[in-house]
Design a protein around this ligand. Structure first.
Ligand code: PLP
Length: 290
């Protein structure tokens, strides 16, 4: 369904065809993106997403078109104009448009856009049921901390998962479990939560960071360390995190049932804490939800 679109300083609709064929985002994947959630037209963890976008733009030498205040004002207007109460905002900034050549000229004007989409976030039944996951080789580049639009390896991994009747692919590189194709991955063993440390092999997930904070606050021990693929055979619990899925139990991994095919105790606790945190973001902006 078409909805409001901000494109390079003007307001239009996603039905309008706007992008030049020589935009470098289109031809070179020379762009970064962000996805964040909104509930009751309030953005969730907006500052975290802005920070990550700013970091990504710096890393690939694209000037950020927005100060944090400008960005926040545009998002406010976008969420004032959208027809949806809840959904996601997709933001993309490319280096811009110029005659196709690998060398990019200095002083290009970035192509900056943001639009809303409706989204069916998982309901209580789905959150309890969890998801199936399969492992697959990580074929991505060596700078996965940048949220670049080069998502072909992720899309192929997802398709593999779908063919195996799973919902997420777990990317394994050099015997190490990195993360999901579009999510962060957590294992639970002996009462401890284990997740990959922040480095060039994974995206610094906004939800990952919040969930680690919640776990520490709840006195659950968190080990940020590489997890060997062989450790997947001896897990007590596992879950993924992402903006669209929140905290989602992994109940089957490469065809093996984990736990009792429902989320385990620690996963469920973190899921509840995270759901409450998201709602508190909305009520902090709004006053309590009726
Ligand atoms: N890792 C990858 C590769 C992703 O694409 C995503 C989300 O799209 C995540 C992790 C989760 O990040 P976030 O929690 O910020 O949504």
């Amino acid at each position: 369904m078409n909805d409001v679109l901000y494109f390079n300083g003007r307001w239009t609709n996603t039905g309008e065809r706007l992008l030049g064929v020589e935009d470098r985002g289109f031809q070179f994947g020379d762009a970064i993106y962000e996805v964040f959630k909104f509930l009751q037209r309030r953005p969730i963890f907006l500052a975290d997403h802005y920070r990550r976008m700013d970091h990504g733009l710096r890393e690939i030498d694209i000037p950020n078109p927005w100060s944090e205040d400008d960005f926040s004002a545009i998002i406010d207007e976008l969420l004032g104009r959208t027809q949806f109460a809840d959904g996601i905002v997709y933001v993309q900034v490319s280096r811009g448009e110029s005659e196709r050549t690998h060398f990019y000229p200095q002083g290009m004007k970035p192509t900056a856009l943001a639009y809303t989409r409706s989204f069916r976030f998982p309901d209580a039944a789905r959150k309890e049921r969890g998801i199936r996951v399969v492992t697959t080789p990580d074929l991505r580049w060596k700078h996965c901390d940048v949220k670049s639009v080069n998502l072909l390896p992720n899309a192929l991994a997802k398709k593999r998962a779908q063919s195996a009747k799973a919902e997420e692919a777990l990317l394994v590189d050099d015997g190490i479990v990195r993360e999901g194709a579009s999510s962060s991955f957590f294992a639970v063993r002996g009462g401890r939560v284990i997740t990959h440390p922040l480095d060039e092999h994974i995206l610094p997930g906004v939800v990952r960071d919040r969930v680690i904070g919640l776990a520490i606050g709840a006195k659950i021990r968190v080990d940020e360390r590489p997890l060997r693929e062989t450790e997947l055979l001896v897990l007590d619990e596992a879950f993924i995190t992402s903006t669209t899925m929140g905290v989602m139990p992994v109940t089957e991994l490469d065809g093996r049932v984990i736990g009792n095919s429902r989320g385990g105790e620690i996963t469920n606790r973190l899921q509840q804490l995270f759901d409450a945190l998201e709602l508190s973001e909305v009520s902090a902006a709004h006053g309590p939800i009726a």
